[in-house]
Design a binder for this molecule. Structure first.
Ligand SMILES: Cc1cc2nc3c(=O)[nH]c(=O)nc-3n(C[C@H](O)[C@H](O)[C@H](O)COP(=O)(O)OP(=O)(O)OC[C@H]3O[C@@H](n4cnc5c(N)ncnc54)[C@H](O)[C@@H]3O)c2cc1C
Length: 496
């Protein structure tokens, strides 16, 4: 990754603008999932809206994504399929899995508003089938909707909260949810007469006055090589994504994340929104956190295997969500291997996203252990201990559910899951500007900065931990928080 050219995000004083190029009630920076939803809500609240994107089309990382949406509390699809999910179970799970830094107010709003949010998306034409994809999978490649995309059925959560599938996949074949979602959101934005300004990079915010609490009243945008000045009569909403493509910011704020190998997102995930906000005094929080994945299923049968560290020790219940595994691997003693019976290796070579090379094979447990070269006897003991309890349907050490317990039987294979040795370790950032539940950006003192709002990965929302992440909580949160921020910005002064 190339360092991002250094930019000066220092705000411009409004009295230095000799002529405004254009004005609207609400200016939105970034036309991904959050920005699109902010624009729709702001327009529906009666505001005139301009939305900018540095790219030549709408979409951002949202269009690159699978667009699974993590929504619970009894959505229409959950009900139709027969799940009695509750707001309390959704709230409890999201609070626990994002603890200790979960934001109770945001999680509460998200859990209570999840069912309505799905209906709102449906009202824009986003299709969801009343069906379930009942497999342990990264995503549904069919047009089925509901699937488990977190660790709800795994320890430590399964005994605390009633489990329910909350990942909502769009009704589209293949991994095509993101493009379809953005196509429909873009159509809804344009139908409302929102001015869409593409190939236009927001550079700096414009502020009014010279005191400490400077109201934000516009944006400097570079278009066709020239700086233009856009005035916001009511508010500016920053929806410019995260900072996974900015190596300087990663080095400064989230160095550990770079132990994973593949930053995923669009090239404009350079943290510009976060830096523009910081330059007017916004508080940045949770900046070291990110989503990290080790996508070791499908095939689901690899879940019968055991993950061991460089000391030959297990460190996790392998039935958890792939993001929890990926995050925990960053902290282990490397190398890390996934040891599995050849029978369960199954169709790994054709269906897996993992790309982990084979580190060793063994006709016997001993042969495998020798080939891996781990401390003498360690892995043998680990496998023996695991096999003894797995035969009784128990896992006192790591608490893997009995559905995924059976003794490892030779021949065995070990996949090398050490970061940097070929396995796919994607990551993106979960830190950003602190906001109220309505998207108002907060300064270091916890006070709203007048006229400034943020949503999606520019803000720090519901998903806050890599080890607690659930697929769908980023697009879910981006679209949900975008709506809140767009609505609040359209209603001047709503910073509650
Ligand atoms: C391959 C992949 C799969 C994923 N799958 C899922 C999934 O299934 N479910 C899930 O919840 N999450 C998923 N994610 C994560 C999720 O897609 C993102 O975190 C989320 O979509 C971010 O939405 P956003 O609106 O905040 O940002 P984006 O959708 O990235 O939009 C930000 C926009 O801002 C623009 N921008 C940036 N800087 C500027 C600037 N200075 N001026 C003007 N415009 C600017 C960008 O060009 C971009 O269009 C996935 C991510 C990837 C990459």
């Amino acid at each position: 990754m190339q360092p991002v050219p250094c930019m000066d995000f220092k705000p411009l004083q409004a009295d230095q603008v000799s002529a405004w190029d254009r004005a609207a009630d609400v200016l939105i920076v970034g036309f991904g999932g959050a920005g699109a939803c902010a624009a729709i809500e702001a327009a529906d609240s009666g505001a005139s809206v301009i939305i900018f994107d540095a790219a030549s089309g709408a979409g951002g990382s949202t269009a690159l994504s699978s667009a699974e949406l993590y929504l619970g509390g009894g959505t229409s699809v959950q009900q139709a399929v027969g799940y009695d999910d509750t707001i309390e179970a959704t709230y409890g799970y999201l609070m626990a899995s994002n603890a200790p830094q979960a934001d109770p107010e945001k999680v509460r709003a998200y859990a209570e508003g999840g069912a309505d949010h799905l209906e709102w998306l449906k009202s824009l034409g986003v299709p969801f089938k009343h069906s379930e994809y009942p497999h342990r999978a990264m995503m549904a490649l069919t047009d089925d909707c509901l699937l488990y995309t977190g660790s709800e059925k795994a320890w430590p959560y399964r005994d605390q909260f009633e489990a329910a599938p909350r990942g909502h996949n769009l009704e589209v074949e293949g991994d095509n949810g993101g493009p379809l979602l953005m196509q429909l959101l873009e159509a809804a934005v344009r139908e409302r007469g929102v001015a869409v300004v593409l190939e236009s990079r927001a550079l700096r915010l414009i502020v009014e006055g010279r005191d400490d609490a400077l109201p934000v009243c516009g944006v400097v945008v570079r278009q066709d090589g020239e700086e233009r000045y856009y005035r916001a009569e009511r508010g500016v909403v920053l929806c410019a994504g995260g900072f996974v493509m900015n190596s300087d910011m990663l080095n400064k704020h989230a160095p550990k994340l770079q132990r994973a190998t593949i930053p995923i997102g669009n090239p404009n995930d350079t943290g510009a929104g976060i830096q523009m906000a910081a330059a007017v005094g916004a508080r940045l929080i949770n900046m070291d956190e990110g989503f990290v994945s080790l996508p070791f299923y499908p095939p689901a049968s690899l879940t019968f295997g055991i993950l061991v560290d460089g000391n030959g020790q297990r460190f996790i219940n392998e039935d958890v969500y792939h993001g929890r595994v990926g995050t925990l691997i960053l902290d282990q003693t490397w190398p890390v291997y996934l040891v599995v019976s050849v029978d369960d290796y199954a169709d790994y070579e054709t269906v897996s996203y993992l790309g982990a090379p084979i580190a060793a094979t063994g006709e016997t447990i001993e042969e495998l252990c020798v080939e891996l070269g781990l401390p003498e006897g360690a892995l043998e003991t680990t496998i023996e201990t695991f096999n003894t309890s797995a035969a009784q349907g128990e896992d006192p050490q790591c608490h893997k559910h009995s559905d995924w317990l059976k003794p490892l039987t030779a021949p065995l294979v070990a996949l090398d899951c050490t970061p940097g040795r070929g396995a796919f370790f994607p990551y993106f950032t979960l830190g950003g500007v602190d906001t109220t539940v309505n998207g108002a950006v907060l300064n270091e003192a916890g006070e709203p900065i007048p006229g400034l709002y943020a949503a999606g990965r520019t803000a720090c929302g519901v998903p806050r931990r890599g080890d607690g992440y659930a697929s769908g909580s980023s697009v879910g949160d981006a679209t949900f928080s975008g709506r809140q921020a767009g609505r609040a910005a359209a209603q001047t002064g709503d910073t509650a």
